[in-house]
Write a new protein. Structure first.
Lengths: 309, 309, 309, 309
């Protein structure tokens, strides 16, 4: 089933998750976890499993105000298992670096980007406006300004826990510690303060052409800035052009694209996330189980990128 | 991999298609073929293949004005193969028969249903208004009126080719011959003429709990009428409650939901469609090839329905 | 209250209508008559009157699938009067003539334009495809092709009644007689057949810088073609760059933008439409009544355009 | 021009604003100030004026992600005057008090209401969840719970400045001082924390059937809670059923519906807002100027309500 990609312009990524919940009572849940077809990513195969199998009336799916696909379900008390396994074709190009892109004047921004200039729950850009202009106001150019924000956050923030689900961009920034969610919030906040429309992105990021990371994989968060007539990728956490991103959803901040929202108490005894380059042309049978990232195949493919870069 | 469905309220259907095209020049194409999550249908697994593998810039996907997912691609000259294979969970209930549902007065219809009262390209309901009221004006009740339309079309129209892609509801009706597309158009036309919002539906219809049909399977068309606050299924072609429908798309008429729209000349040396009940819990490996409907498993499961009905 | 326009780049138009209906029973009605803010038109003042004054529950307004504002009301039996009076600022530029605009290849069209390539109720473009390519297939350029369609229709069709509300583009074209609705349908049909996205437009067209027309004014219909990344105005009826258009709505054809749709029998003892250039900076008091177009002021302003052109 | 309302079920309100800005440079501006047709409010007449008259390219209007109409303009340096004057027909009913409405279980909420359960910039409901359940968790019923929130805020918060445009619900709540914006934020925050979908509303509120308030009128803010299948009005500031509300826009919080957003520095030497019951059947000529609320007519009509109540 493994075969060389027929198209040198693209690579294939296997990504997905397996979550187990323990619920003490029937519980409404939302999941923003489904990557959809987008420029730069094609869903070749997808497999979704919810156990126990719920009656038709207890599950649905809808498109939210931000255009994301949301799974909605009413879980019974007890054990709930949700998994998703995907084979996705994405561009073999690294994140673009378009340093020449100018800042779009506010009056020339498309209407649909304007609300990404406003503050939101975890992006208290109004409170960072002074600092933003002091630090970055002198930087010429739109891309350059967003990049300067990322560069600054790399220096200023140390990767590490410390934040909670209630931490805002400013709070994380002031604490000096950040996880990917906080890096993204801070990046978005400074950009909005600088009148660059910016939105929060969640998705999968496989380790390709970078040293392998053996810590358990998780969903990743980065952000996008509207420049040159399109949303452009920035990742203050890594601050390095990457290949293989699989975009799940976008929103004002993490509150819009939490991978799950549980209306009630719960325990999560198992959370497994995977995202890895692969030569597979179809998903393996379920009896093979779910992979642990990085896989041997992923490591080999990642290493081989050294020759391409 | 085959296991009894854990949920007696649902069944699983494997459905899909394989199309081969011969194109003499680069050709823009649209496909409305992707069933999505909806009340009553869950996509458990999906596999999509386009050969040759096109550059990222040559394929995309969008949601059209009717809410359908459209695949768009720019095919190169030569052979193009497109296939889709799905495992879908649908309700084990037959099409509802809700004879008591009254006709919603026009003034009480939701705004989003109103344009389904207007004529459209193949639904020349304005030209059938007189006949509609003569034949069905005396029927009391909304469901009863739509059902009387279906009953009449069953008697009046003989299943058989004769129409072309340009045939309107009235033309098919007058000819006396109809394929599923024409049955649906005529049903929609009479309903609209009677002020019942009606829309055309395309999808898959497996043979479950009915005598097997050994002719090559095709996509199916039926229609929906807004009654009792929801879209309700009617199928003038079969005019008999069925189980296992997989809805792909809805629109004003066949022009909105043609399974493919090819902007240029083409030949289609191969067209295979399948839709069959299955006990599978995942899609078989691609090396097993695509099924021919009805499969032996589908026949057995269909026959077993005799005991349930 | 009359003052020179302060902005030489714009002019002001007073437009509106007064309709009286006689209804023998309570009747649902829809009106697509409300011009809204758009590029090139600003609503300075608007006044709407429905008599008798209906309870809140009997009127509403919604945005339809095409983005048009629709008034919806449940009229009681008896006399119903509906009027609308507007002061609108529009560009002082004549319809653009951009003969250099190329035809956008289908694969480069934005997704939202694609369904304007499909046939619709009164635009049976599929049946005119052969004639379209014979007549216009050799014309190079997108604008040039759409203009060639208009030039041909000017020659081929004589202005005059003959069509009904059920007449399609092809039927009108073959009859040789057309009103503005038919000119627009035929223009749209030939363009769609040529793979130019085209949509039907209804609105007001004052007589400015043209010889006055003393016949009773009516709503006008024209069409738009997607060229050079925007919808461009074509008017096969006049086939001459005009100034002062006030756009009310757009759709696939006249069925989408009928200025009124009455679900039941009715008489219309009075229908008055006006659209005229004006120097007014506000609407006159209602006690002055509604104008008859062309007004003396409109005639004078129209004549003065001779000097500008 | 003054005449008794012909419909005892409705009243007429004249509302509007006049704003003068002094801008030191060309400045992009957004205004969310336009009431549109909605259940319960009809726009009979509207007059809009922007001075100086800007070129067509410098103004536009769009519908934002929340469904609000937004005016957008690129103002030149210098003086900018913006005014809007409206005659609106609204229900003569006071805000409904539907104490029997139960809380809709989360699993039964329509999808479009779910994001009104999430925190937003000024509605830090996640931080008030503990207090919300302590204070109101025991209250049975959805309406009752929302009303208990309003009653509590009336007691707990004193009307008065103290907040800024950056003050969140929790901050205002803890300060003990609130203006209408803060009352609304706090009400929304507690409701969301209690799993009641809630949204912020801005609009006009005339003084009808209440003692006259001779302080300068301003825009007003209140909130809505989804109960019994519809958005229901709550006003923690007044906490008393009112008549005559004119709804302008809704959103997650004040950041979504700021009446103006100015991208740059400005002075506002004049801000006048009016909203008053009236017997007028059309707007007076502009030469009469704009009214100061309460007008003598408004006071008389308000007083007359004593007899109705």
């Amino acid at each position: 089933m493994t075969q060389p990609a027929s198209n040198p312009e693209t690579i294939r990524v296997r990504a997905g998750f397996e979550l187990h919940f323990e619920l003490s009572r029937p519980t409404p849940m939302l999941f923003v976890v489904e990557p959809t077809e987008r420029p730069g990513q094609r869903i070749l195969a997808a497999r979704k499993r919810i156990f126990p199998d719920l009656p038709m009336s207890e599950t649905s799916s809808y498109t939210d105000i931000n255009g994301n696909t949301v799974w909605r379900l009413q879980a019974p008390a007890g054990r709930l298992e949700v998994s998703h396994d995907l084979l996705i074709e994405v561009s073999a190009q690294k994140d673009a670096a378009l340093g020449h892109l100018p800042k779009t004047p506010i009056e020339a921004l498309p209407a649909h980007t304007l609300h990404y200039l406003l503050p939101s729950r975890y992006v208290d850009s109004d409170l960072l406006a002074g600092e933003a202009w002091t630090l970055f106001g002198h930087v010429q150019g739109g891309w350059a300004q967003a990049q300067a924000v990322c560069d600054h956050l790399q220096t200023r923030l140390m990767y590490g826990a410390g934040s909670t689900s209630a931490t805002s961009a400013r709070e994380a920034y002031q604490s000096g510690y950040a996880v990917c969610r906080d890096f993204a919030h801070a990046g978005v906040a400074f950009c909005r303060a600088l009148n660059l429309p910016a939105r929060y992105v969640c998705g999968y990021l496989p380790d390709i052409a970078v040293p392998p990371d053996f810590r358990p994989m998780d969903f990743h968060a980065w952000f996008e800035v509207w420049l040159g007539g399109a949303w452009r990728t920035f990742d203050a956490r890594h601050n390095f052009p990457r290949v293989g991103r699989v975009l799940i959803g976008t929103g004002r901040d993490a509150s819009d694209v939490a991978f799950n929202t549980v209306f009630g108490g719960f325990e999560m005894p198992r959370m497994k996330v995977w995202a890895d380059q692969t030569g597979l042309s179809e998903l393996p049978p379920m009896s093979d189980g779910f992979p642990v990232t990085p896989t041997a195949e992923g490591l080999a493919l990642s290493a081989a990128w050294g020759d391409r870069a």
